[in-house]
Design a protein around this ligand. Structure first.
Ligand SMILES: *[C@@H]1O[C@H](CO)[C@@H](O)[C@H](O)[C@H]1NC(C)=O
Ligand SMILES: *[C@@H]1O[C@H](CO)[C@@H](O)[C@H](O)[C@H]1NC(C)=O
Ligand SMILES: *[C@@H]1O[C@H](CO)[C@@H](O)[C@H](O)[C@H]1NC(C)=O
Ligand SMILES: *[C@@H]1O[C@H](CO)[C@@H](O)[C@H](O)[C@H]1NC(C)=O
Length: 491
C-alpha cells in the first residue's frame, strides 16, 4: 500500500517534472522569418523549448528552421506561401516535389516532427480580390495526394489558414454567422475535403485589428476581462470579440453541416509598437489573458473544447511589409533579439525566459552630428527618408515608442536604425557628414536605440543544443529516481 502510494507519488513527481521541462502545457506560436537579421534557428528552438512551446507554425519551409527543429520535441506546421499555389495547383507532380523536398526530407533525414501543412496564407483575404480563389483548392488536393503518395497521409494533416473575413454575420451576432456569399460554395467544398482527409480549419482572429480599424469599436471588448460592453446573443453573453468571432465561425460551420469540424486558431496576438493601441500595456493585458485561457483549457461559449492556439508572434520582424500599418513589425512577445519585452506568466508562475547565447555587434550607435544642426534642411530630410526606406523606422510614428522625440533625436534614430541594419559599417553612418558614431547610448525611454545582432559571429559560435539547464534537470530527474528506488527498497 505504502509502496504503491510512494511509487505513484514518484510517478506524478517525474511526470510533473517532465511536464515542466518539455512544455507539455501545449503552448503554440508563429515563427516568422521576415527579419534583416534573423535570430539563428538553434537559438530560436531553444527559446521555444525554454518557454514551454511545443508547437510552432512556419510560413515557409525554411531549411534552417526545419533542421533546427529536428528531434526537438516540437511539432511543426509548415506553410506554403500564396505565390506557390498556382504552380502546386497546376500539376500533382509539382506538389509531389514540394512534399518530397520540404516535408518527407526533413522528417526522414532530420527527425523534424512535421504534423501539418498549411496551404497558402489567408488566400481569400478581401484585399487580394480573387487572386487565389481558383488555385487554393486544387493546390490543397494535390498536396493531400502527394502526402498520401509519400506515405504521410495519416501523419501529416492539411489545412488552409484563413482570415476571419471569410465569414460574416448579417445580424451582428455570432449566431448569424455564415461564409461570405461569394465564397460559400468554395468554402463548403474545401471544408468537405478537409473533413474527408482528417484535416482541420485554421482561422486567424485579430481583436487588435478590429479595434485599430474602427474608431468606434468598444476598446474593452477587444480584451478578455471586459465587463463594460458585453454582446448578448440569445442565452449567450459575449464579453470579448475573440470568442464572438470564433463562435461566428462555429455558426457558419453548423449552418453548412460541419458543426464538428476541428478548428485551430492560426494567429492571434497584440503588437507592442507602431500604433497608439499597439503598446506594451495593451499587449501584456491581451496576451496574458490569452495565455491564461490556453493554459486553463478554455474554449468558447459554443465550443467548450479548446482549440490549439498559435500566438502571433514569437519575435519581432523588422523586414515585414508595413502596408497594413507600422505595427506589423512589432507582434513579437520577444524583441528581434529574443529579449523579453514585458513579463508574462507562462503557466504555474513560470516567467518568460529570454534567448540565450545571442551575439551583438559593437556597443556603438550612429547619431546626428552635433555640428550638423545648421545644415541644409532639405539634405537633412532626404537623409532621414533614405535611412527609413532602407531600415526600420516604425517606432517613430505617432503614438509609437519614439513618437515624442525632438527633430534631432528623430534624425538620430533613423540614422542609427540604418547603421545597425547595415552591420555598423562606417560608410553607413555618413549621411553627407550629418552623422557620427558614438559610444554613448542615445536611448530615451521608452524609445530604445537598438544594437543589431551579429549573425556572422553567431554562426561561428554555435551553441550546443543540450543546455546546461537541461543537463541539471536530467541530473535532478536521475536523483529523484535513485531516491525513489532507495525509499521503495527500504519499505
Ligand atoms: C520546396 O520544394 C520546392 C520543390 O517543389 C522547391 O522549389 C522549394 O525551393 C522548396 N523550399 C521551399 C521553402 O518552398
Ligand atoms: C483588466 O485589465 C486591466 C488592464 O490590464 C486591469 O487594470 C484590470 O484590473 C483588469 N480587470 C480584471 C477584472 O481583471
Ligand atoms: C521623424 O521622422 C519621421 C520619419 O522620417 C517623420 O515622419 C517625422 O515627421 C519626424 N518627426 C520629427 C519631429 O521630426
Ligand atoms: C550583415 O551581416 C550578415 C552576416 O555576415 C550578412 O548576412 C548580411 O548580408 C549583412 N547585411 C548587410 C546589409 O550588409
Amino acid at each position: 500500500m505504502g509502496q504503491i502510494r510512494l511509487a505513484w507519488f514518484l510517478f506524478l513527481c517525474l511526470l510533473g517534472h517532465e511536464g515542466l521541462a518539455k512544455g507539455v502545457l501545449g503552448l503554440a506560436c508563429n515563427w516568422g522569418l521576415q527579419s534583416t537579421h534573423p535570430l539563428p534557428p538553434n537559438i530560436v528552438v531553444r527559446l521555444l523549448k525554454d518557454n514551454g512551446f511545443n508547437k510552432v507554425k512556419l510560413f515557409e519551409a525554411d531549411t534552417g528552421a526545419l533542421k533546427a527543429l529536428g528531434r526537438s520535441g516540437i511539432q511543426v506546421m509548415v506553410g506554403i506561401p500564396n505565390d506557390m499555389l498556382a504552380s502546386l495547383a497546376s500539376a500533382v507532380g509539382n506538389a509531389e516535389a514540394w512534399v518530397q523536398q520540404n516535408v518527407s526530407y526533413y522528417i526522414s533525414t532530420h527527425g523534424t516532427d512535421i504534423r501539418s501543412v498549411a496551404i497558402g496564407n489567408e488566400p481569400f483575404l478581401h484585399s487580394y480580390k480573387d487572386m487565389f480563389v481558383r488555385t487554393t483548392l486544387p493546390a490543397l488536393e494535390n498536396i493531400q495526394a502527394a502526402l498520401i503518395k509519400a506515405g504521410l497521409g495519416k501523419q501529416v494533416k492539411v489545412t488552409i489558414p484563413l482570415n476571419a473575413d471569410v465569414y460574416q454575420t448579417d445580424s451582428g451576432l455570432p449566431s448569424g454567422g455564415n461564409f461570405r456569399p461569394e465564397l460559400l460554395y468554395l468554402m463548403t467544398k474545401i471544408i468537405k475535403f478537409l473533413q474527408d482527409n482528417g484535416g482541420f480549419i485554421t482561422i486567424n482572429i485579430y481583436p487588435f485589428l478590429s479595434l485599430q480599424a474602427d474608431p468606434s469599436f468598444p476598446k474593452e471588448y477587444a480584451f478578455f476581462n471586459n465587463t463594460a460592453s458585453p454582446l448578448v446573443d440569445g442565452s449567450i453573453v459575449y464579453t470579448n470579440v475573440y470568442d464572438a468571432n470564433f463562435d461566428t465561425l462555429i455558426s457558419a460551420l453548423e449552418k453548412n453541416g460541419f458543426g464538428r469540424m476541428p478548428i485551430v486558431v492560426g494567429e492571434v496576438g497584440w503588437p507592442t509598437d507602431g500604433d497608439p493601441n499597439g503598446n506594451i500595456d495593451n499587449a501584456k493585458r491581451f496576451n496574458q489573458a490569452l495565455i491564461s485561457r490556453i493554459i486553463q483549457g478554455q474554449g468558447s461559449p459554443k465550443r467548450r473544447t479548446p482549440p490549439d492556439v498559435y500566438i502571433f508572434s514569437l519575435l519581432d520582424e523588422d523586414h515585414k511589409s508595413t502596408l497594413p500599418g507600422n505595427f506589423e513589425r512589432h507582434w513579437g512577445i520577444f524583441k528581434y533579439d529574443g529579449s523579453v519585452k514585458y513579463p508574462l506568466d507562462m503557466g504555474n508562475g513560470r516567467a518568460l525566459v529570454p534567448a540565450k547565447g545571442v551575439k551583438y555587434l559593437a556597443k556603438q550607435w550612429c547619431v546626428m552630428s552635433p555640428s550638423a544642426s545648421s545644415s541644409d534642411p532639405n539634405k537633412f530630410a532626404q537623409s532621414i527618408t533614405y535611412a527609413c526606406e532602407n531600415a526600420d523606422c516604425t517606432s517613430l510614428g505617432y503614438g509609437s515608442s519614439c513618437g515624442n522625440l525632438d527633430a534631432q533625436s528623430n534624425a538620430s534614430y533613423a540614422f542609427n536604425s540604418y547603421f545597425q541594419t547595415m552591420n555598423q559599417s562606417k560608410e553607413a553612418c555618413s549621411f553627407n557628414n550629418l552623422a557620427t558614431i558614438t559610444n554613448v547610448d542615445p536611448s530615451k525611454p521608452p524609445c530604445r536605440f537598438e544594437i543589431m545582432i551579429d549573425t556572422r559571429k553567431q554562426k561561428a559560435a554555435r551553441t550546443p543544443f543540450k543546455s546546461s539547464a537541461s543537463k541539471m534537470e536530467g541530473i535532478f530527474a536521475a536523483l529523484v529516481v535513485v531516491l525513489g528506488l532507495v525509499i521503495c527498497g527500504v519499505h
